[in-house]
Design a binder for this molecule. Structure first.
Ligand code: ACO
Length: 363
């Protein structure tokens, strides 16, 4: 049996600056009510001017490494899904590779818009199953605030910044990524465009997103449902067998429309869109991190990740949650090092206090 890629660590990074709908409404002809009703978004996080996709990716990667308790030297591949890299090269992935000390890893960025993380997950998982690598770091990182036209109410209210990362490791087939589907329909690509060369955006200010919202909405609702059907049928399962669906966070109405078409309970669809808006390729891994940290992913359960975006592109993957890989003892000890040292120091100080109070006690 070939090894299976298991998710052994996850991490996220959201910039500290929160911008509410009301704040946007001070500068634009929009309102909190319109944005909430039409999208489900209440607020989003925006990066500092100097904070780029790479910096956010490094933060998320470090947290994922800590959770996985893996030595960065074991990582064979770093893939960063992004449409908002600080520059074309060096890639965000190469910057992350160096920053975390993954000195035996190949590294590249992947461009598939909001579907990018699911694409990267699928490719990294295939590399693990083929035996080419034993571990991969897969990241979605975006600074969308740098590519929206802040004067266009049709688009700027939708997006936010952030990064999410996972560690994949070769494990036995009991858990991990079971199946994936990837797709693209370039014939409708003009519905959602981010030109890459500076000067091509609005008012020659650099790249900006242009979108036919209604066209993208129709595509997204249809493809979210059909790709979930396709990926579950690959395993001989039904969508109802999924314990949780973690979709790309674009619009609450897209998630609700897909649920209605599938007859799937909306309370089993993870949503944090309200707090972060659409963070493009980062949205699925950020949501995955939060679902895991909130205890919504239980060992043995089936979880689907599904995304859609520019291209037009889409991807869906099914993971059996859980890890059978245990970190080697020295890595586990190092990973728990701080806690261990803190406990030893605490005990040592307690003994010292006890001894000195005995010495001071009058006989
Ligand atoms: N505030 C107030 N009014 C607005 C705003 C706003 N922020 N934005 C648009 N409107 C107005 C429009 O001008 C229009 O006015 P009109 O009727 O006078 O022309 C009216 O609201 C209705 O506009 P619609 O576009 O029909 O609104 P809709 O209900 O379709 O919602 C939205 C628009 C939210 C953009 C929706 O179409 C959508 O979410 N589409 C999908 C977008 C998406 O997911 N994109 C990301 C894909 S992922 C990636 O790869 C980047």
């Amino acid at each position: 049996m070939p090894p299976r890629a298991q998710i052994t660590g996850w991490g996220k990074y959201l910039p500290s600056r929160t911008v509410t709908n009301d704040e946007l409404a001070q500068a634009l002809d929009t309102s909190d009510e319109w944005i909430r009703q039409r999208t489900g978004i209440r607020e989003r996080r925006l990066a500092r001017p100097a904070e780029g996709a790479a910096e956010m990716a490094v933060h998320a990667a470090r947290e994922a490494l800590r959770k996985a308790m893996i030595d960065p030297g074991e990582i064979g591949l770093v893939i960063v899904a992004t449409s908002t890299a600080d520059q074309v090269f060096p890639s965000v992935a190469s910057i992350v590779q160096y920053a975390i000390g993954a000195n035996r890893a190949g590294a590249f960025d992947l461009s598939a818009a909001c579907s990018g993380f699911v694409y990267a997950l699928s490719l990294a998982s295939d590399a693990i199953s083929a035996g080419s690598i034993r571990a991969a770091l897969v990241i979605g990182a975006e600074k969308m605030s740098g590519v929206v036209d802040w004067g266009d109410r049709n688009t700027c209210v939708l997006f936010g910044d952030g990064a999410g990362a996972i560690i994949l490791q070769a494990g036995d087939p009991k858990a991990g990524l079971l199946a994936s589907v990837l797709g693209s329909d370039g014939s409708d690509g003009e519905a959602l465009v981010l030109r890459s060369r500076p000067g091509e955006g609005a008012a020659g200010q650099g790249p900006v997103i242009a979108m036919d919202g209604r066209r993208v909405f129709r595509f997204a609702s249809r493809i979210m449902a059909s790709s979930l059907r396709e990926v579950t049928s690959k395993l001989g399962l039904a969508v109802s067998d999924l314990s949780l669906v973690i979709p790309h966070q674009a619009n609450q109405r897209i998630m609700d429309a897909a649920c209605e078409e599938l007859g799937y309970p909306p309370d089993r669809v993870y949503s944090n869109l309200e707090r972060y808006g659409n963070t493009s390729a980062a949205s699925v891994p950020i949501a995955l991190c939060e679902a895991a940290d909130e205890g919504r992913l239980r060992d043995g359960e089936l979880v689907a990740l599904v995304a859609f975006g520019g291209g037009l592109s889409w991807g869906a993957a099914i993971v059996r949650w859980g890890r059978t890989i245990r970190p080697p003892w020295h890595v586990a000890v190092r990973g728990r090092g701080r806690q261990l040292w803190a406990a030893i120091l605490w005990q040592w100080r307690r003994l010292l206090r006890l001894a000195s109070s005995r010495r001071r006690r009058p006989s």
